[in-house]
Design a binder for this molecule. Structure first.
Ligand code: URA
Length: 209
């Protein structure tokens, strides 16, 4: 899909899913706005968090509070900027007092995130925390066991990581999160090489024409 096509598809998705979520969940009550996502819609890497917090609710942008500051540091540690990636959350409205999202809320908001994944079509999905890990990989995984280990799912590489907020609460997770981030450049390199290989026969054919 072209960039313009993606922009239009995301605009329609956001409009439709906002209406659907407001009609089918109470989560929006007391919030300032929805926080659909932010970043480069043509990015190869999609980060998925959990849900907006207070700062995100105020600004309508994901990861702008304390966890967002740490995420920016983590991205900088591997030479990435927010403009290089897209960031979304499983849940688009701030849960009261930042409580965990309920299974029924995740179910209502699921088509919104799934639509974003389908339209942005990233090569690599990096999940932050267990809610986005469960969303992308399905239930049954333990983040303490599989963090930092890339998995293949529906033609994409999925990298489950701890949520930056977890590292803010528990200082000993901070070096673990930085060490897991340090694995990302190699994963990008492998995925890029694979794609180049896939494209070679097509290009070779074009040269023959
Ligand atoms: N935590 C999240 O999971 N998402 C945000 O947008 C902010 C904090």
């Amino acid at each position: 899909m072209t960039r313009e096509g993606k922009e239009e598809a995301l605009r329609i998705l956001n409009e439709q899913q906002l209406a659907y979520c407001v009609a089918n969940s109470e989560l929006h009550v007391g919030t300032k706005q929805a926080v659909p996502g932010d970043g480069n819609i043509d990015a190869d890497i999609l980060f998925i968090g959990e849900a907006p917090g207070q700062k995100e609710d105020e600004q309508g942008v994901p990861f702008v509070g304390a966890a967002g500051k740490l995420l920016a540091e983590l991205l900088a540690s591997i030479g990435l900027k927010r403009e290089d990636i897209f960031i979304a959350n499983v849940i688009k409205h701030r849960p009261p007092k930042n409580r965990d999202p309920l299974p029924e809320e995740i179910a209502v908001y699921a088509p919104w995130l799934q639509g974003q994944i389908d339209i942005i079509d990233p090569k690599i999905i990096i999940t932050l925390g267990r809610f986005s890990m469960d969303f992308v990989l399905g239930p049954g995984f333990s983040i303490s066991k599989i963090h930092g280990q890339p998995k293949r799912k529906r033609g994409r590489v999925v990298v489950p990581l701890y949520h930056p907020a977890a590292a803010l609460y528990s200082g000993n997770l901070r070096p673990v999160l930085f060490a897991d981030f340090a694995k990302i450049p190699k994963i990008i390199e492998v995925v890029t090489k694979e794609r180049e290989k896939e494209q070679t026969p097509v290009e070779a054919q074009q040269h023959l024409l």
